[in-house]
Write a protein that binds this ligand. Structure first.
Ligand code: NAD
Length: 360
């Protein structure tokens, strides 16, 4: 398999995809790009690379770059995805794919016109407990889904040190909740309607956050199955022994399962059998820079999946269509919080002329 050439745009969390690619036999790191020269120097030194530029145009003009990995602030993703596609590059864009639907039609058109692959880097799907939960579910042993619950709570007050996190453009509803929202849509792709509430916590207010940081939602799928999603981002969390920060629970006809981010746990019950599996021995693979604030292992898993899909002529998922519908769901959630009413995903998409994305 020919190695793919990677260009990385944004070197904060972009650090993780650099590590993932350098440790993969399927990728070459061709070029790094960030507006911040000092950070570029630090990353070049950290990974012994000598290919940094401050110019996105230079990155896009580099013929050795097959794929652009986009790790810039959330509100810039749409523009950067379009630019990369127009330059004839495949795209891997971190979550949230977009932070509203205003440029969604342009993103879709750019993807169609280029014929290039776009994959949303929904990293949690590629974390051992959630990947194992999915594979286990796909055996069919659990039977029909009755209910899905997913949450992501994190004390992310440190994140507000980033300049863009305190601007009006930054929304935890997209930046944080996109993880549990995506986990639910993985199992229930046809979420039709949402109802929810949100608030800005005292901690968030004191730190100067502009938008809400605390959320509770109920979903209904087209087939009538319900799901719950919640999250809070500026308050202390329960000790990990008792509560994983991020979790996905499937309640099904024949059994139930729970994937836990911490401590890389997966618990399940099927008939008389029950088991708690752990992937703690993989901690060093998943977290490579000390602490848990970067996601190199998840990214290595998703870029290798991306490369294998391309080699097999398959579309890596979540793709541009799935990504945009997830953004529409998050926009419906935002609208429900603002209006206090249930909101249909179809109505949100229809306003953008994108309702055809709901067709299978
Ligand atoms: N689990 C995950 O998948 C995960 C985890 C953390 C962050 N993220 C995502 O990664 C993205 C970046 O987050 P972060 O924490 O690294 O933020 P950050 O602010 O630390 O890094 C963003 C970088 O982008 C650079 N940048 C901005 N505009 C640019 C441009 N036009 N050209 C080149 N560089 C530019 C900035 O200089 C900065 O260094 C966000 O969308 C975030 O949601 C995903």
């Amino acid at each position: 398999m020919k190695k793919l050439g990677l260009g990385v745009l944004g070197l904060g969390e972009g650090r993780s995809i650099i590590s993932g690619a350098l440790n993969s036999e399927l990728w070459n790191v061709v070029q790094l790009c960030d507006l911040n020269e000092q950070l570029g120097r630090e990353r070049s030194h950290e990974f012994s690379l000598n290919n940094f530029t401050t110019s996105m145009d230079a990155l896009l003009a580099n013929p050795a770059v097959d794929v652009v990995g986009i790790y810039t602030p959330d509100h810039l993703h749409a523009t950067h995805v379009i630019q990369a596609l127009r330059a004839g590059k495949h795209v891997i864009c971190t979550k949230p794919f977009l932070n509203d639907l205003s440029q969604a039609r342009d993103v879709l058109a750019a993807q169609k016109q280029s014929g290039k692959a776009v994959m949303v880097g929904q990293s949690s799907r590629f974390f051992a407990p959630f990947a194992r939960q999915r594979k286990h579910f796909e055996t069919g042993a659990f039977g029909e889904i009755i209910m899905v619950e997913a949450y992501y709570n994190a004390d992310h007050r440190w994140f507000l040190k980033k300049g863009w996190a305190k601007t009006d453009a930054f929304k935890w509803l997209y930046g944080g909740l996109s993880h549990p929202v995506d986990l639910v849509r993985w199992y229930l792709p046809d979420i039709a309607e949402v109802m929810g509430y949100s608030s800005l916590s005292k901690n968030g207010r004191d730190l100067g956050l502009k938008n809400d940081d605390t959320f509770q939602f109920i979903y209904k799928s087209a087939s009538g199955i319900t799901a719950r999603v919640s999250g809070t981002y500026n308050s202390p969390v329960i000790p990990l022994q008792r509560d994983s920060n991020m979790s996905c629970i499937l309640r099904c006809a024949n059994g139930a399962s729970q994937g836990d981010y911490y401590d890389l746990r997966y618990a399940w019950k099927l008939g008389e059998q029950s088991c708690v599996e752990t992937f703690e021995d993989k901690d060093d693979y998943y977290f490579r820079f000390g602490g848990h604030s970067h996601h190199a292992g998840e990214y290595q898993n998703y870029i290798e999946y991306f490369a294998r899909c391309l080699a097999a002529g398959e579309t890596p998922k979540p793709d541009v269509r799935e990504g945009i519908v997830t953004v529409a769901l998050m926009q419906a959630m935002e609208e429900s919080c603002a209006s206090g009413q249930p909101v249909k995903v179809k109505d949100v998409l229809a306003r953008q002329g994108l309702v055809e994305l709901l067709q299978p």
